[in-house]
Design a protein around this ligand. Structure first.
Ligand SMILES: [Zn+2]
Length: 378
């Protein structure tokens, strides 16, 4: 059995349901320390974060991942126990098999092999792991990045090993992510009888023209390969249930997925100004999930494209789609960020899996990329 398969199985067998790390990082830290990495534990609250570095100075290349997993859901729904890794017909099953214990194990094996072959490589190779990616994501990489900013830890390049491939390993290179911003808008009116509208004020009627303007607005025309910024209303709630009552308030929830043309403070100010123009009596609560990031053409993107082309036999699709990832916290430090990882078809699902052949190719892929970016001195 191969090293990366062994390590992935070991990690899956540790029930690290977010934010519990269940000893995954200790196992990895011990291996990286043996390989010559300096280990720093960055525990915040109930969250374990591991920062392991080899070499020194620039450029700094970070391999970013998480050891936590989402809950399995009902165990009976799985063909085999989600925390007892099992191989059937060349496929490894278990929670985290794709998202992302396979990617983490491949990082470790690639890092070990690379520093063994090139002990005097250029710059710094770092591994950053958190156990708070799938949960609140407060004391994980968000908090680590704040610490890095305070102490001046700089990062040039960051490779996230999230499952990003679509059909075959290496068919997609993620070069950016949209920002995400959510809002809960509460519009106050005056409750009353529908037959006496002059004695009430209908918050739905007040809100409607403002909502029409919000959804009708063209925020931008996209940015590089990003689709245009979009605002979607996800929930509208108002009313007492009776058909003869004008409600006293209305609540509207909406989310924006936005390009690097915008940031959260700009969008929030723009939307507040729009609501003010409609003279609504309202409150607005914002939740900022993450700013967008984009890695333009440069050494990181070129190296990744070359390596993936060799591995997959065709150039990868270069995409800014999908949800958010922890790279959103590293990008604002000035780092170029990309994401490369296994096929994502089964993530967060029952019978999550990865093809064993893909898993065994993954360390070679990462090692080739590291070698391109941090050439060995000897
Ligand atoms: Zn993940």
């Amino acid at each position: 059995m191969s090293d990366v398969l062994d390590l992935t199985r070991d990690l899956i067998a540790r029930k690290s349901v977010t934010p519990d790390d269940a000893g995954c990082q200790a196992l990895i830290a011990a291996r990286l320390q043996t390989a010559g990495f300096a280990i720093e534990w960055m525990r915040f609250g109930a969250v374990d974060n591991l920062w392991a570095t080899h070499g020194q100075g620039a450029p700094v290349l970070v391999l970013l991942g998480h050891t936590d997993v989402v809950p399995s859901g009902p165990v009976e729904a799985w063909t085999s126990n989600p925390f007892e890794p099992e191989i059937r017909d060349g496929v490894l099953y278990g929670r985290g098999a794709a998202d992302m214990k396979s990617g983490v194990a491949a990082f470790v094996v690639a890092a070990e092999r690379f520093v063994a072959a090139h002990p005097d490589h250029m710059g710094t190779l770092a591994v950053l792991l958190t156990s708070d990616e799938e949960g609140d994501a407060i004391d994980g990489v968000r908090r680590v990045a704040r610490t890095f900013a305070e102490r001046g830890t700089r990062i040039d390049w960051c490779i996230t090993g999230e499952p990003s491939s679509t059909a075959t390993l290496g068919d997609l290179l993620r070069v950016g992510r949209r920002g995400s911003l959510s809002a809960t808008l509460t519009v106050r009116g005056v409750q009353g009888h529908v037959a006496y509208p002059d004695k009430a004020r209908n918050p739905i009627h007040d809100a409607a023209p403002a909502l029409a303007e919000l959804v009708g607005r063209r925020w931008d025309d996209g940015f590089e390969s990003f689709p245009p910024t979009s605002l979607q209303i996800s929930n509208i709630a108002a009313g007492t249930g009776a058909t003869n009552v004008i409600p006293g308030s209305a609540t509207v929830q909406f989310n924006l997925r936005y390009t690097p043309n915008w940031d959260a403070p700009k969008l929030e100010a723009e939307i507040a100004a729009l609501l003010d123009r409609h003279a609504l009596d309202y409150t607005l609560a914002w939740h900022r999930s993450g700013e967008p990031f984009y890695t333009p053409e440069g050494p990181l993107r070129a190296a990744a494209r070359d390596v993936l082309t060799t591995f997959a036999g065709a150039p990868p699709e270069e995409s800014t789609g999908g949800g958010t990832s922890d790279a959103r916290f590293i990008a604002p430090l000035g780092a170029q960020c990309i994401e490369i990882g296994p096929v994502n078809a089964s993530i967060h699902q029952v019978d999550e899996h990865i093809r064993v052949a893909d898993l065994e190719a993954l360390p070679d892929l990462y090692e080739a990329l590291i070698a391109r970016l941090l050439p060995g001195a000897g």
